[in-house]
Design a protein around this ligand. Structure first.
Ligand code: PBG
Length: 333
């Protein structure tokens, strides 16, 4: 027997009839409050250099970075994640520049805290921008990444950033035990207010390509698969998150975001901590490239992508689209 339309008791379309109704029953909202804006700082003055594979993203010298931060702060963005572009001559095998208290990152943090004190400054703790070989750790003569020796350097780096005024340090290196070591050192040195945003489930992903162009940090040999996670693993992400929480992380992160929404959702079920997701450079570049070709509706695709990351369970999103979203929200009625 066929069901006649008049016998339908549930008509889900009723709730989709008008824009007002749709807003009333909308389950997920994307707010500028959720967004963290990754920004690139370089040496020099009056420099603003577009990153070829990330149209609309720039490497800024400090003077212009401060102006840009003041602008994004006035648009309602609460936090930035800072990444340094280090000139080749300051790189070495062990990344010593990474913990120079007068280096580019500490200098930049201090200047931001003077100029725009309300913005939350999150700094990257990893060696790859500072090493000649482009890996996130120290290496032995066979090219093996040394875990515990690397953690010692990461601790020094985190302390230099905390001393300069960072609000959060964000270890993105995936060495074992680094969250606990950094937490202990921060507490011992009187920085118990400095938080840790842990890149807990960071996958060995092809989606980081454009970022490595931005920093000139692509590994000179091999890949990052002995420290970043296998793209095929989900349970291992839960293990990494558990460990980072036990070691003192304040916020846990999944990276990349869009190909790992299932991971975000599973972590959501296991922790009460805020979850961040990194909408990485490759995810940004794909949308920009398709938009440049005229193949997609860029604005709708940005909002759809970021909303789905929230729907999966993320509280915070690191995204190169942060400023664009803030502008969209500002002019949206
Ligand atoms: C490295 C680091 C990477 C990103 C952030 N920190 C790249 C990598 O692991 O090689 C990628 C961010 C992005 O692609 O947007 N410590």
């Amino acid at each position: 027997m066929s069901i006649k339309p008049s016998h339908i008791t549930q008509r889900p379309r009723r709730l989709r009839r008008t824009a007002t109704l749709r807003r009333m029953v909308r389950e997920t909202t994307l707010s500028v409050d959720d967004l963290i804006y990754p920004m690139f700082v370089m040496e020099g003055a009056e420099q603003k250099v577009e990153i070829t594979s990330m149209p609309g993203c720039y490497r800024y010298s400090l003077d212009l970075l401060l102006k840009e931060i003041a602008e994004v702060s006035s648009l309602g963005i609460n936090a930035i994640a800072l990444f340094p572009v280090i000139p080749e001559y300051k790189k070495d095998d062990t990344g010593t520049e990474s913990y120079n208290p007068k280096g580019l990152v500490p200098q930049t943090i201090e200047a931001i805290k003077q100029a725009v004190p309300e913005i939350v400054v999150i700094t990257d703790v990893a060696l790859d921008p500072f090493t000649t070989h482009g890996h996130d750790g120290l290496i032995d003569e066979n090219g093996t990444i040394l875990n515990d020796q690397t953690v010692e350097v990461l601790v020094k780096m985190a302390l230099a950033q905390a001393a300069a005024g960072a609000d959060f340090v964000a270890p993105s290196d995936m060495m074992d035990g680094r969250v606990g070591a950094i937490r202990q050192a921060l507490d011992a040195e009187g920085y118990s207010n400095v938080g840790i945003l842990a890149y807990s489930a960071k996958y060995a992903s092809a989606y980081y390509g454009p970022f490595r162009d931005a920093l000139d940090s692509a590994p000179k040999f091999g890949d990052k698969k002995t420290y970043q996670m296998d793209i095929a693993n989900a349970r291992e992400a839960l293990k990494e998150v558990q460990l980072d929480i036990a070691e003192g992380a304040d916020i846990v992160m999944v990276k990349p975001a869009l190909a790992y929404l299932d991971i975000i959702q599973q972590i959501r079920r296991t922790t009460q901590l805020p979850i961040a997701a990194y909408n990485v450079s490759g995810e940004y570049a794909m949308i920009k490239a398709a938009a440049q070709m005229g193949w997609i509706d860029e604005k709708q695709m940005i909002l759809e992508s970021l909303t789905s990351i929230k729907r999966a369970g993320a509280d915070l999103i690191l995204t190169y689209f942060a400023k664009e979203v803030a502008l969209i929200k500002k002019y949206e009625v």
